[in-house]
Design a protein around this ligand. Structure first.
Ligand code: ADP
Ligand code: MG
Length: 331
């Protein structure tokens, strides 16, 4: 059973950045307004995610750490998933490949914590915490040396963590994010910080994109607002004059989740086909929304690919939505 858990866990947790993604998604699902992420040694020795969300009661803690236990879905809801998690796999998987401690306090309940290491859970103990949840993951893959070997340098893993946090922060402009590198101890170094943006979603989104991608991007991008075949797309797409050479600045989201999907990036490329030379990449941050039944985001446990029920419709939305907006600007 422990061995099976570890194999399955490797599917969900490939590297420190995937652990960060799962933990931050949980914090978002918990309704957090501020999320702090700290890591040491590229996340290999320490990852800690602190949130001010709804917390977990002492009675529910063992449930949160058990396989396929999720508080986020009941059978009737399988096709309409609005929260990130629904498989109840992340915490037990992390507890199978590292030493995981979760401390939490729900309103009107006592604070409690529980540890799970190498798949073995501890008893629930009282702890001190004002509210929210602190998840600490130490020594990722210590029990699976084969996986340890596949990890890249601390610097490369830290870069992947930063990229993951920035993508999640783009999709959640009303949530504040702080990312800190505490390698070597002490207060550490702030790698990234975005306070909660104010105002309506579109305004908050543009402020957040400016903060993350720079004013040069937002000043040279057009607002996108298109819909077609039950799919809607908002966001910003750079004018062809702001295209990038080597650095690809393409941020795509489906129902609030960052995705990396060949079909979608291909559509983005096609929209700019006659406007950019072959060695340039269009820059864009695009948010596609649709009913849950029109898209399957559960293709792979790491969840960054998507499968649309009608891929042609998704492609058409991107190509025609962007072409139309660019044409209006005279391109
Ligand atoms: P999933 O997110 O797919 O439900 P997880 O293993 O990631 O599965 O989490 C299991 C459960 O633990 C969640 O359904 C939720 O009830 C609880 N949980 C996890 N992280 C948090 C958090 N930061 N705040 C509140 N509850 C949490
Ligand atoms: Mg989860």
């Amino acid at each position: 059973e422990a061995a099976i858990n570890r194999i399955a866990a490797g599917e969900v947790v490939e590297r420190p950045a995937s652990a960060v993604k799962e933990l931050v998604e949980n914090a978002i699902d918990a309704g957090a307004r501020r999320i702090e992420i700290t890591y040491a040694d590229g996340g290999k020795t320490l990852i800690r995610v602190t949130d001010d969300g709804c917390g977990i009661t002492p009675g529910d803690l063992p449930l949160a750490l058990s396989r396929h236990a999720t508080s986020k879905i009941d059978g009737s809801d399988l096709l309409n998933i609005h929260t990130f998690g629904f498989r109840g796999e992340a915490l037990p998987s992390l507890g199978a490949v590292g030493r995981l401690t979760i401390a939490s306090r729900a309103p009107d309940a006592d604070a409690a914590e529980m540890t799970i290491a190498g798949g073995t859970p501890s008893a629930v103990k009282p702890t001190a915490l004002n509210g929210g949840t602190v998840v600490t993951l130490r020594d990722l893959f210590y029990a699976t040396p084969a996986r340890l070997k596949f990890m890249r340098t601390d610097r490369a893993e830290a870069q992947a963590i930063t990229d993951t946090v920035k993508r999640l922060a783009m999709a959640e402009p009303h949530i504040g994010f702080v990312l800190r590198d505490v390698s070597g101890g002490g207060a550490g170094r702030t790698v990234f910080r975005a306070d909660p943006e104010t105002g309506d979603l579109m305004g908050a989104m543009s402020q957040r994109l400016t903060r993350i991608l720079g004013r040069e991007f937002t000043d040279n991008a057009i607002a996108i607002d298109a819909d077609r075949d039950g799919l809607a797309m908002t966001g910003y797409a750079a004018l062809p004059t702001y295209s990038r050479g080597s650095a690809v600045a393409q941020y795509l989201f489906v129902n609030g989740r960052p995705v990396r999907d060949k079909m979608l990036t291909g559509a983005l490329r096609a929209a700019y086909r006659d406007l950019l030379s072959r060695d340039r990449h269009p820059a864009a941050a695009l948010f596609i929304e649709c009913e849950g039944r029109l898209v399957d985001v559960n293709v792979h446990p790491a969840k960054s690919e998507v499968r649309f029920r009608d891929p042609g419709a998704a492609r058409g939305l991107i190509v025609s939505g962007l072409r139309h907006a660019l044409a209006e600007q005279g391109h």
